[in-house]
Design a binder for this molecule. Structure first.
Ligand code: GCU
Length: 415
């Protein structure tokens, strides 16, 4: 592992010429060198093996739900956002204990749609109250990273934190297009710092889930929470649980991918600027590297991942294989021009190398060898864009995701 001093002086490579030569593990080739040629064989033998490799070498285990998990609907307001939305706030309790570990879910549903709606689901970085100024949203009382502009003081949100990340959550646009939105604070599952596991579900649920804290990383814990939101959505009659699109930005985009790899109830997968340990190919030396991410964020992955710090070529998987686990579900990968740290080209190539698995299902992927120009999305079942601007999730990104969902979910509805 890099020493702290080395990490501080880490010089990322941003020259395509210095990316280095690498050979990706073939997504459709077994360890014995046999080629997989049908979707049946992929599902029966190859897919489970790849999933198990990601669990062992990268993210750790992904347990099922707890036996005594239950939901409490705290509030339903059908006059939210000027009457446009129904706002529900639901707490998911993971055990039956009075002090059960829990997670607070915020759900907005569009009032103009009378039938069960498709829903976007994603975790947020600063509490449910940060996604909208809506005063009816319960203010999170959990630990969160201090942030002056967001008015997070002494690791707690304040009234001034409301709507701090509203630009990342265009709720009105999502609702106007007939979709619901479900979100929860990722820190409800595990506070995002190296000691966070001590108070997060990796510790508090270890007996319930019969899993030791070191058997999974924070990304897996966050991903697990996404599946629990899905458990709730399946019980909500106003939601079309067959049309849930899982989304996530950056580290939460990594978690979204891992959740969707394990849980195929998510019918569409969207990863925004998820970079290293997300969509970007690990073997490319560009921007953030495997060694660097393991040094800065040692709690995100299992300790075995660190064994590849200086020999990424030995890693039995690469991220295109994670993307292949989404097949045949529609997958959207988004990058940003100024987010070179996340390696946009590595994100594009990863999507590209996932295509053979989509082809087994007769589904067209990106349909191009070339990285597209700025703000020229490409692809059918795998879609990709790179927009102008920095590491962020913007209205432009959401508009593309909504259009992608319109295309695929309406096709399903018609079939
Ligand atoms: C850091 C980290 C990335 C991560 C990002 C984020 O930049 O190095 O891997 O995706 O934070 O979550 O915003």
């Amino acid at each position: 592992m890099l020493s702290i001093a080395t990490a501080q002086t880490f010089q990322p490579n941003y020259e395509e010429a210095n990316v280095g030569n690498y050979r990706l593990p073939e997504v459709l080739q077994t360890d014995k060198g046999k080629k997989i040629t049908t979707s049946r064989k992929w599902e029966k033998s190859m897919r489970p093996k790849i999933l198990a490799k990601f669990a062992e070498h990268v993210y750790g285990k992904f347990p099922g739900r707890t036996k005594d998990m239950h939901f409490t609907i705290n509030s339903v307001d059908s006059t939210a956002l000027g009457g446009k939305a129904t706002r529900k706030q639901v707490t998911i309790f993971f055990t039956k204990a009075a002090d059960s570990p829990s997670m607070d879910v915020l759900l907005y549903l569009p009032n103009q749609v009378k039938e069960p709606v498709p829903v976007f689901i994603g975790l947020n970085f600063y509490g449910n109250h940060s996604i909208q100024t809506d005063p009816g949203i319960q203010l999170s009382e959990r630990w969160m990273n201090n942030n002056e502009p967001y008015k997070v003081v002494n690791n707690r949100a304040t009234e001034g934190s409301r709507g701090a990340q509203a630009s990342r959550w265009p709720v009105e646009e999502i609702l106007a297009r007939g979709y619901g939105l479900a979100t929860a604070y990722y820190g409800d599952l595990e506070p995002d710092h190296t000691e966070g596991w001590k108070t997060g579900i990796r510790t508090t649920l270890q007996e319930e889930l019969t899993i030791k804290p070191e058997e999974w990383g924070a990304i897996s814990a966050w991903a697990w929470g996404l599946s629990r939101i899905m458990d709730y959505l399946e019980t909500d009659k106003q939601v079309n649980a067959k049309q849930v699109a899982i989304t996530g930005h950056s580290r939460i985009g990594k978690a979204a991918l891992w959740a969707a790899a394990n849980d195929q109830r998510f019918a569409m997968v969207i990863s925004n600027d998820s970079g290293e340990g997300g969509t970007a190919l690990a073997r490319r030396n560009y921007g953030e590297t495997l060694e660097r991410i393991n040094t800065s964020f040692p709690h995100w992955f299992v300790s075995k991942y660190k064994e590849y710090n200086t020999n990424v070529d030995q890693l039995p998987v690469d991220q295109h294989m994670l993307l292949a686990l989404m097949a045949p579900r529609p997958l959207y990968v988004a990058s940003a021009e100024d987010d070179q740290w996340a390696d946009p080209r590595g994100e594009f190539l990863s999507a590209k190398h996932a295509e053979p698995v989509y082809e087994l299902y007769g589904k067209k992927g990106l349909g191009t060898e070339q990285m597209p120009a700025i703000e020229q999305p490409v692809g059918e079942y795998i879609r990709y864009h790179i927009r102008t601007g920095k590491h962020d999730i913007t209205l432009y990104d959401w508009q593309q995701f909504l259009t992608f969902a319109d295309k695929h979910f309406k096709q399903v509805a018609k079939a």
